[in-house]
Design a protein around this ligand. Structure first.
Ligand code: PEP
Ligand code: MN
Length: 356
């Protein structure tokens, strides 16, 4: 079990931690103008990408270390904390010697254990908060592995950033949220603060409000939102950045619900759900009892356990069951696939019970 230390910015659980700033630091003037607006609006943590991991070569790959003095100016003149992405040992060393307050590991880097280990080794002995974005692929072990590598290097102030997962083909989101992964991360590492990056999930600014509210409803600890004074002219991620004024509107509309209040308000609903769950379990055990009886018949008659036509019938029923829109057909299919495979497992144990 990792003994994660709470990063102080997460101490005030009343309001979400907001990290805002441009996708990339583009020029001193751009950095100073967005930071000035954000600090006027009460934002305390400024983000900017200095080295940009781009999918294809030839895109703007970041200004590099020349941008670090601009971030030092942001710290000095607006008293903001500054956060940047690091992807190599050299980035870590430059960030530490520039007095950067917080660093994050990007999604492409988290997916590569060699790169994460290199960063962890370079951080040994440093006392800087490190946020780790989820890997681009939905692999929770890889995400947790990155925390373990950093932890083993002595880094205790850790946090996670959920930025969605990439997938092939046309899509509504740039990176699909797959909320079950950050929820599972929370369950596995309860001390770890988790913030959401709706900008990289959305890929377009119109979806940022909706995703930010969903993150609040799921009790995330904060948000990282890409902000630029002139988003359409941004050198990277132009479609998904908002202006500081738009950010202000988004934040003012966010409803923060209290998890404690929810639990008392929902107690009567929860009782209903508990009794439905008990009923489901009772029905499932009845279903398994019948499946075992069929198993006996299959054994006597020498039939195979798995009969594809029965499986297909069950799957067709799921597709129909999902047609009224209340149940998602794929979710229903996943549930019935596991019920069916449990029936098969039980029948196999009956058929094989005399085999020693
Ligand atoms: C970023 O934050 O600008 C960035 C590159 O994000 P990600 O690693 O999530 O793609
Ligand atoms: Mn970006």
């Amino acid at each position: 079990m990792m003994d994660i230390e709470r990063i102080d910015i997460f101490d005030n659980s009343e309001s979400p931690v907001i990290i805002a700033g441009p996708c990339s630091a583009e020029s001193e003037e751009q950095v100073m103008s967005v930071a000035s607006k954000l600090s006027e609006n009460g934002i305390a943590i400024f983000r900017a990408g200095v080295w940009k991991p781009r999918t294809r070569p030839g895109c703007f790959e970041g200004i590099g270390k020349e941008a670090l003095p601009w971030l030092q100016r942001v710290k000095r003149e607006f008293l903001m904390s500054v956060a940047i992405e690091v992807a190599t040992a050299e980035h870590v060393e430059l960030a530490l010697s520039a007095g950067i307050d917080m660093i994050w590991v990007g999604a492409r880097t988290t997916a590569n254990p060699f790169a994460v280990q290199e960063i962890a080794d370079a951080l040994r002995g440093a006392d800087i908060p490190v946020l780790v974005k989820n890997p681009v692929n939905p692999d929770i072990e890889l995400w947790i592995g990155a925390f373990e590598r950093l932890y083993n290097s002595g880094i205790r102030k850790l946090g996670a950033i959920h930025r969605g997962f990439s997938s092939y083909g046309e899509k509504f989101f740039r990176n699909s949220p797959q909320w079950q992964l950050p929820i599972e991360l929370r369950r596995r590492l309860p001390l770890l603060p988790v913030i959401c990056d709706p900008s990289h999930i959305a890929g377009k600014r119109e979806l940022i409000m909706m995703l930010s509210q969903q993150a609040m409803d799921l009790n995330f600890d904060g948000l990282m939102i890409e902000t630029h004074c002139n988003p359409v002219c941004a050198l990277s991620d132009a479609r998904q950045q908002v202006t500081p004024d738009e950010l202000k509107v988004i934040l003012s509309k966010l409803v923060r619900r209290s998890p404690d209040m929810l639990s008392s308000d929902f107690s009567s609903y929860r009782k209903q759900i508990d009794s439905i769950d008990e009923e489901i379990i009772r029905l499932l055990s009845k279903r398994m009892e019948i499946a075992r009886e069929i198993g006996e018949v299959k054994r006597e008659k020498g039939l195979t356990v798995f009969q594809p036509f029965r499986y297909n019938e069950a799957m067709e029923r799921c597709a129909k069951g999902g047609a009224d829109g209340k149940l998602d057909a794929d979710a229903l299919k996943a549930i019935f696939e596991s019920i069916h495979s449990e029936s098969i497992r039980q029948q196999l144990s009956i058929i094989n019970k005399n085999i020693k």
